[in-house]
Write a protein that binds this ligand. Structure first.
Ligand code: NA7
Length: 547
């Protein structure tokens, strides 16, 4: 069936375009948008997806140990009571295969597939001002049009493979964790080198170590990690979740980070040393991202943060038996949680295995990749497989790799030359009727993603519905509103310790040449939600609307 042609929507659109809306991406965002716009607003919608299946991030990230760091009962849609009731998660943190099964279930449950064109990569999108239509071109050269274009391309979907000289000559196999082969990779008995110790690398190490002959972990920046304490959900836990859905939703949609827990309203500096250690031990035993919530000022007060950072460094030293390895792993150059804090299942413990060796790239950087393996300043490591757990060109990358052109042919790349400029993280001035889901300038990656996604999709759908009701055809962020918002985004970041992590992908620092701008909105999801609601209530203040 050719899913790309107009078909199953609500009849021929009156505006002359092929569809009422085109959505790029069929992950959590794109699928909910499709349901919201098609089934609740009655629009004709086409979702274009590069992969051969739905799932977005969870389609691509199949690396060993891939698992979500949000707890399963919070990492799902809440828009449908029936969906919530019929799906039961099996573990505290969902594995990639389980999330993918869930998203496929959603696709079937809401009959989404008939409006999703798979294997369809969008290469360009151009706004035709006279026709008031977005012309969207696919990699195969087909063009589709619609008045509304919504990018649901994900925040972490443009893989970052560092340009290390010699990679093309490597005689073994190499893989990026975010573009993992569907058939998997057999590490049994192999000499494996993994570059990168972010959330992904920290998940992958213990699993790769189980079968690899030997694993060398190439660490540039040491990282904190808190145990996930993952386990199957007990029948009692499942029942509790079933019985408290509304309470869980309430917490997730009213707190700063979209997770099902509140940040404790106490300062790390207001309790005794003994009490602080007790609370940290308690949080460590509980595990997970919630560790951050032990005190309210861990991300705003350096002295408070130091207490958590030191506690976590001491934990590394107590777990890792070889003192030299422990020293390199705990020599961390940034305050805890100023980079995205990983959680793990046996990461530091893996360095106690005979077949795992840490390589300190700070002491001896990688010089090149040779046909045999990785050569650092000190030594050459012969390898059969290299795993790049080197992250993503985050937030702006997935948008900028599409040739997006707004009014007067201006490219998004040009508009964002000095860093992303937009209003509420939702619209870029000069790019009318284009909405970005969980892009830069929105809480996105600082929030539990499905919560951020439902808020965005609902706001966008309500906006489009309101426009249609009033006979309005165009909405565009005003440049002055965007300038103010960019200042607000910067001010929100500056009021935290987040910009202190020099190598953070939040700042774009992991991609050479990328403008160093703190990209997500750090003012918290609750505040962001309130701002968006207020803008809508004031007839979309800051946007220009026209017929
Ligand atoms: P991250 O968090 O960006 O981590 C990437 C890791 O790769 C990090 O340790 C980097 O070190 C390292 N890296 C990147 N380029 C190089 C080069 N050239 N040489 C050596 N090491 C390098 O990506 P993840 O995939 O782990 O996590 C992304 C998000 O996915 C995560 O935060 C969750 O939100 C889910 P660096 O720190 O830059 O020195």
């Amino acid at each position: 069936m050719n899913h790309i042609a107009p078909g199953s929507g609500a009849g021929t659109p009156a505006h002359g375009g092929d569809f009422d809306a085109i959505v790029i991406g069929a992950g959590f965002s794109g699928m909910y948008l499709l349901h919201r716009l098609r089934d609740q607003l009655g629009l004709s919608v086409r979702v274009l997806e590069a992969a051969d299946g739905v799932g977005g991030t969870w389609h691509w990230n199949r690396y060993p140990g891939a698992r979500c760091d949000s707890e399963s009962h919070s990492y799902c849609y809440y828009f449908s009571k029936e969906l919530l009731e019929e799906w039961e998660w099996s573990e505290r943190y969902p594995t990639q295969p389980e999330i993918l099964r869930y998203l496929n279930h959603v696709a079937d449950r809401f009959d989404l597939r008939r409006d999703i064109a798979l294997n369809t990569r969008v290469s360009a999108a151009r706004f035709d001002e006279a026709a008031n239509l977005w012309q969207v071109t696919t990699a195969e050269g087909r063009t589709l049009s619609a008045p509304f274009l919504i990018t649901a391309v994900g925040c972490l979907s443009a893989a970052n493979v560092p340009k290390i000289p010699g990679l093309e000559d490597f005689a073994g196999q190499w893989y990026h964790t975010g573009e993992w082969p569907q058939e998997g990779v057999d590490f049994a008995g192999k000499r494996v080198g993994q570059i990168g110790t972010g959330s992904t690398g920290i998940q992958a190490v213990p699993v790769i170590a189980e079968t690899a002959g030997h694993l060398w972990v190439f660490q540039r920046t040491a990282n904190y990690s808190v145990p996930a304490h993952n386990a199957p959900l007990s029948p009692e836990a499942k029942r509790w979740i079933r019985e408290h859905r509304e309470d869980i939703r309430e917490v997730m949609t009213t707190n700063t980070n979209g997770h099902p827990f509140h940040i404790e309203d106490r300062s790390a500096l207001a309790v005794s040393e003994e009490e602080r250690q007790r609370l940290y031990e308690q949080a460590w035993a509980k595990g997970g991202l919630q560790f951050r919530a032990t005190f309210r000022d861990l991300l705003t007060d350096k002295a408070a943060n130091d207490t958590a950072s030191e506690f976590l460094r001491a934990k590394i030293r107590s777990i890792v038996k070889d003192p030299k390895t422990a020293a390199i792993l705990s020599n961390i150059d940034h305050p805890y949680a100023t980079k995205r804090p990983p959680i793990d299942s046996g990461y530091f413990e893996a360095f106690n295995r005979d077949n795992v060796t840490l390589v300190d790239l700070r002491a001896a950087p990688i010089e090149r990749i040779t046909p045999r393996g990785i050569k650092t300043k000190d030594a050459e490591y012969p390898l059969d497989i290299i795993v790049f757990a080197t992250g993503f060109d985050a937030l702006t990358g997935p948008l900028l790799r599409i040739d997006i052109r707004g009014r007067d042919g201006r490219t998004l790349r040009d508009a964002w030359e000095a860093g992303p400029v937009n209003y509420l993280g939702l619209q870029v001035p000069g790019f009318p009727n284009m909405f970005t889901m969980t892009g830069p300038g929105s809480p996105s990656v600082l929030c539990n993603m499905p919560v951020a996604i439902e808020q965005h999709a609902n706001w966008i759908a309500d906006c489009i519905a309101g426009m249609r009701a009033k006979g309005l055809r165009r909405i565009e962020a005003r440049p002055e509103a965007a300038q103010t918002w960019v200042r607000d985004v910067n001010a929100a970041a500056e009021s935290t310790l987040l910009p202190e992590a020099g190598s953070s992908w939040y700042l774009g620092a992991n991609v050479p040449g990328k403008p160093r701008v703190f990209m997500p909105y750090a003012g918290g999801m609750a505040q962001y939600r309130a701002i968006c609601d207020e803008v809508a209530r004031k007839d979309y203040e800051g946007f220009a609307l026209s017929a």
